[in-house]
Design a binder for this molecule. Sequence first.
Ligand code: BTN
Length: 256
Amino acid sequence: MQNNIFLTLFVGQCIVKLQEIDSTNSYLKKLLSNSTPLLDGTVIMAERQFAGRGQKDNIWESEVGKNLTFSIYLKSSFITANHQFELNKVISLGIIDTLQPIIGKACKIKWPNDIYYHDKKIGGILIENVTKGYQLKESVIGIGLNVNQQNFNLLENKASSVSKILQQDYDLEKLLAQICLNIERRYLQLKADKTVILAQDYLQNLYRINELHFFQLDDEQIKGTIKGVNAQGKLIIETEYDTKELDLREVKFIID
Ligand code: BTN
């Protein structure tokens, strides 16, 4: 009988399951700051986070026991700090590679690394890197994925889940094992310098690429087309007048 359903070399080979924690990212970061030795690829998952964190200081809410909320520890010291967006590509592609065979091609990466199904969010990624000089030292990769949650209350027209799409529940542990396998595969592509493949696949799966849409900037709305992402991970939007390169705090998608 096979007990270990993680067919990986290292991602998820060491896994810690917590019933309740503030945030799996914060927990991992605390272990790192106490110099607790950790195996590359260690996964910390929680049934309940009472202070789950999202990007831009948002909170991440998730119904207890219904979804995946976990963090992966990676020894990312081969990545230079100015190439850290490669890690965003690796992780979002690893998730997309897993979800598209299950829910279909309408599952896309909303820049920089939200996971969308049509116009609804089903997952989010929070990457927290520790740097040493010009290199990354290690990374905490937090992933929240709506799997078996059915009700999103006020967010009903903004959020969805795998089970809402499939009309049936999906095995959480099986999904976690598949995600770890695909993240590891993409991470090994990065280690092998296959950055052209990662860039192509990232763009191919980017939500709203090459489509004309409205975007909210600080003080104006613009109409433009996503053309790609630059080396720093900024979003390239072409308008009638110019081409802009914008970071996460400078631009918001308008989705109605
Ligand atoms: C976002 O879309 O804003 C990112 C959400 C990331 C949520 C995950 S859940 C597991 C890990 N622990 C956290 O506190 N956040 C990440």
